[in-house]
Design a binder for this molecule. Sequence first.
Ligand SMILES: [Zn+2]
Length: 209
Amino acid sequence: MAACAPRPAPPPATPAVLSSLSPPRTPWPGRTDQQAICLGELTATGAKFEPIAQAEPGKDGCTLENGVRLISTTVQLVRPVEMTCPMAVRLVQFEREVLAPEALRVFNAPLGQINHAGGFTCKRMTGNASRISEHGHGRAIDLWGFRLRDNTRISVADDYRASSKAGEYLRTVQREACRYFGVVLGPTSDAAHAKSLHWDISQWAKCSV
Ligand SMILES: [Zn+2]
């Protein structure tokens, strides 16, 4: 993480996601107005989720502000995953603008499932054990790969370096991820990410494609 620089602002969200639907504000007990706006935006995307209790900063230093348990996005998740609301909104935006259209372009088949390897989890940074990972603040997701609706499996471990459609898909979405997320890690960054992708919304910028 030595060569990190502050990252540029991400692209604006698709207007269709964030403004045209504008459902009535749902009351979200215990959340600030700003947090409630995010939860409203996430609702408008069609994602299924439940707000989860705010984690108190413990002695381990991990926190989860405005946390949600994401049950599905616009596609299935292999299992629910916990993260902050802003991270969930960014993930769904990326899915609509990149993951889903790229699946149609490369495979001519719709994206069906995100096979993630976890979101919020209290752990130290790979290669810098003194710092809490972005996962420890719910601002990151790891991914094993994807599944198309026709059941085609796309695996980071097996396909990332392959000269196949799956390889092309993974490398393309990883490159695009650098425009939406802060730190983007994968098989080209280090041995710890040989089998998974890491995307987070930290203030740092690193793009490993
Ligand atoms: Zn990670």
